[in-house]
Design a protein around this ligand. Structure first.
Ligand SMILES: *[C@@H]1O[C@H](CO)[C@@H](O)[C@H](O)[C@H]1NC(C)=O
Ligand SMILES: *[C@@H]1O[C@H](CO)[C@@H](O)[C@H](O)[C@H]1NC(C)=O
Ligand SMILES: *[C@@H]1O[C@H](CO)[C@@H](O)[C@H](O)[C@H]1NC(C)=O
Ligand SMILES: *[C@@H]1O[C@H](CO)[C@@H](O)[C@H](O)[C@H]1NC(C)=O
Ligand SMILES: *[C@@H]1O[C@H](CO)[C@@H](O)[C@H](O)[C@H]1NC(C)=O
Ligand SMILES: *[C@@H]1O[C@H](CO)[C@@H](O)[C@H](O)[C@H]1NC(C)=O
Length: 367
């Protein structure tokens, strides 16, 4: 007699205050708190004695005198920037080009937000940003750049280039960016060749690298040991070399959802500091080693028919148990929660949020 198990409709979702990628303080959305610096604490006092000029298209505020706000104004050009300006907000405009002398007076610029404009690489003269010897934060996301504007000042600490049309990275410039801690290259058209041999490994301060939604088919090579957070979500990566993470032993967060992984080497995620591992939306079916400090594991939307807890936690050590608190398993081919329940808390005694959810139908033939 053949029948279909009722698992497809079984939904178990213990969602008490879930700490998950979808709703906690997302590290990829914002720089780590200690990186958000306030650079100019005494400037507002100076302002009382030295009134500042302001471009007529923009707004300047006595309470933040070193900043000029030119955002959301349908501007088609870069306004004149007075010499004292350090923080320049040009986001959400229609600027297509940056003239050669745009920053000629503004040599003290520390931060430029060019996000959501229409910048094209052919309209950015070589070296226009390179001359800014105090620039530490440059946002160029949501533009139409096909290339990274070079050179860039080696003082940069945060560089945002997401949502452009980048197909390559400038190796000579990348290797000079030794102080960049956050590099966002997500939503571009970078392929393996573009990322390979580009000296990302020379960026020895890099903490967070976002390569989400590009065209990668393999893991990016040559990453620096400083890296703590890596996202390669939504690419077409189909494998991870067994010793891949040897050069990045400090990883805390790895996001690889929406790729084409069928299998991973058994011990590949044996990283002593890893706390978050997102492997959702792949094609995994074989259990792998779960390192002791891992807290959040996403295996949803994969092809698991069983979980082998002997493999996942080979040494169930009661004195020193696994730290996993959050596990997503929905949308696999698992048989049922009961046999999973028997072992899962032995393996992961700290588990608090466990999503089994809906599973794909598995026809079971009984004789
Ligand atoms: C630079 O400053 C000079 C002198 O104040 C001014 O005439 C010129 O328009 C400024 N240029 C830009 C691009 O801001
Ligand atoms: C830069 O502009 C974007 C809008 O495109 C905004 O979300 C972001 O907060 C701005 N960043 C800073 C530091 O002003
Ligand atoms: C990089 O950062 C360090 C520490 O903040 C600083 O001393 C150094 O001058 C910076 N290098 C560049 C090129 O800005
Ligand atoms: C994945 O990337 C494509 C472009 O490469 C984009 O259109 C799509 O929205 C992305 N999907 C997710 C889930 O991020
Ligand atoms: C994990 O790494 C530790 C320390 O490097 C090592 O002793 C252990 O054998 C590794 N376990 C697996 C399953 O790779
Ligand atoms: C789990 O894996 C081990 C080692 O490969 C194997 O000996 C054991 O039979 C597996 N257990 C189940 C329930 O599949």
């Amino acid at each position: 007699m053949a029948f279909i198990t009722g698992l497809a409709i079984l939904t178990l979702f213990f969602s008490v205050n879930i700490l998950c990628q979808d709703n906690y303080d997302d590290p990829f959305a914002q720089a780590p708190r200690h990186l958000r610096r306030i650079r100019t604490p005494v400037e507002s006092d100076l302002y009382r004695f030295f009134p500042r000029e302001c471009a007529r298209e923009c707004r300047c505020m006595p309470s933040y005198p070193m900043a000029m706000y030119c955002d959301n104004r349908k501007l088609k050009y870069v306004p004149n920037i007075p010499a004292h300006v350090r923080h320049l907000y040009l986001q959400v405009n229609e600027i297509e080009s940056v003239p050669e002398n745009a920053f000629i007076n503004a040599t003290l610029l520390q931060e430029i937000n060019f996000s959501h404009n229409k910048l094209k690489s052919s309209n950015i003269p070589k070296g226009v940003f390179g001359k800014l010897k105090s620039l530490f934060h440059l946002r160029l996301d949501h533009n139409k750049l096909e290339e990274v504007p070079v050179p860039l000042p080696n003082t940069l600490e945060r560089l945002t280039l997401s949502f452009n049309q980048l197909t390559k990275l400038p190796a000579d410039t990348i290797r000079t960016l030794i102080n960049v801690t956050v590099l966002d290259l997500s939503n571009n058209k970078l392929s393996d060749g573009a990322v390979k041999g580009n000296h990302l490994g020379k960026m020895k301060s890099l903490i967070q690298l976002n390569l989400q939604s590009n065209k990668l088919k393999s893991m990016p090579g040559d990453l620096p040991a400083s890296l703590l957070q890596l996202s390669v979500e939504n690419n077409s990566i189909s494998s991870i070399p067994g010793n891949y993470f040897r050069k990045t032993p400090n990883l805390i967060s790895l996001r690889m959802a929406h790729n084409k992984l069928k299998q991973v080497p058994y011990g590949v995620f044996n990283l002593s500091k890893l706390m978050e591992l997102n492997l959702g939306y792949n094609q995994l079916s074989k259990s792998f080693y779960v390192s002791r400090d891992l807290e959040h594991l996403y295996l949803n939307n994969n092809h698991f028919a069983t979980l082998n807890f002997t493999l996942m936690c080979p040494t169930a050590d009661f004195a020193n148990p696994n730290h996993l608190t959050y596990l997503r398993l929905e949308k696999n081919k698992l048989r049922g929660p009961l046999n999973i329940y028997t072992y899962i808390y032995v393996c992961f005694p700290h588990l608090r949020n466990f999503a089994f959810g809906e599973q794909d139908r598995i026809p079971i033939v009984e004789t």
